[in-house]
Design a protein around this ligand. Sequence first.
Ligand SMILES: [Ca+2]
Ligand SMILES: [Ca+2]
Length: 168
Amino acid sequence: MKWLLPILILTVLIAGCTDTIPTTLVCPDGTQVLGSLGACPATSFCKGTARCYYATVTKIIDGDTLEVDHNTSIRLALADAPEYDEIGGAEAAEFVMNICEKDSIVLIDEDDRQTEGSYDRLVAVVYCKGNRWNINDVLIKKGFATVDEEFCNISEFANEDWVKNYGC
Ligand SMILES: [Ca+2]
Ligand SMILES: [Ca+2]
């Protein structure tokens, strides 16, 4: 669908200053949002019934842990990156910083089968850059993190391609 973006941009340019631009955004669950400025609702990305909400990134702790809203640490479900001071740790953290930038809004989809958390951290998949990137998925695909195989039989997300193809 890479061809879609230039067409959308062109449509916006042609439409100029009109308020109502008749473009449609198709969300992951198939729902459609009208208007070029519309955004997919959080619920179209959310899986399961556990917590799922938008939050602001306040700190990247390492390649698999970040803090949102100054009060919640998020542990990325199924993705295990090295500690910050281990080999590859700083690179993984830097990669997360670039995708899920500080002060940006991200979507947190809690792992329905790990709602007890992990060391006071909420276990979740995090969508960044306007929900275009599942950071857990991208970290593993790019080799900055490996699949946390001990959770393959536990996690809500274990049957998804981004982990099935990389160890689960
Ligand atoms: Ca969920
Ligand atoms: Ca780790």
